[in-house]
Design a protein around this ligand. Sequence first.
Ligand code: FES
Length: 281
Amino acid sequence: MYKILKAEKLADKIYLMDVEAPRIARYCEPGQFIISKIDDKGERIPLTICDYDREKGTITIVFQIVGASTERMAELQAGDVFEDFTGPLGCESEFVHEDLEELKNQKILFVAGGVGAAPVYPQVKWMREHGIDVDVIVGSKTKDMLILEEEMRAAAGNLYVTTDDGSYVRKGMVTDVIKDLVQNQGKKYDRCVAIGPMIMMKFVCLMTKELGIPTIVSMNPIMVDGTGMCGACRLTVGDEVKFACVDGPEFDGHLVNFDEAMKRQQMYRTEEGRAILKLRE
Ligand code: FES
């Protein structure tokens, strides 16, 4: 059993939990994920690790209600438990294994959209802990939907916030900010890491391809069971077929076939809708 030490609502339908999981906290690295399961009847939910505290032995997860299982999960409180909480799973972010001195000479841009701020945060924090200042763009639909702003501000070299409706800081998409930084402010980036809704990652990649900035994306949103068995997370990367849960979740965004991945993501919509209705009966 894995005890929930903290449960907090961050925004509409977005929740944060600190879970006691010392073994995962000891070995996990940025980019990896866990699978949570409430009880025997619960669905397996793959979630990218948002933060970890090796000393306290805790893992922080952030999730959005997207179906019946996440709706059930949102009802859990501090003191409740997950029957299963497995990890760390998936590959670490590529920079974890790179030469630190070379990394320090690079200019890296992180782009987070919506709940994508959660998987971006441990990467930005890792950079700060290793003495690397990075630029971070965080976009959300509205001010109320913005999450982890303070944490991100503490970890980022420069933080640029944007909201779709202009209710906070500036109005526009994350791609508008990238354009502004590169074309108007003359910033140069050696690489970009973009994590958020699939459509956002697609458009960031179209833009960074044009600007010649290599870009990594996380394909966590299409994962279902997270074990390489269900096949739901199959995607095309260049001319290769990959599974997000075992080969990723991070891939070269300029090679990902986003249109195919987005179609795959829609596949379970009807079943999800039925499951939610059943839960509310
Ligand atoms: Fe099922 Fe990857 S999530 S195979």
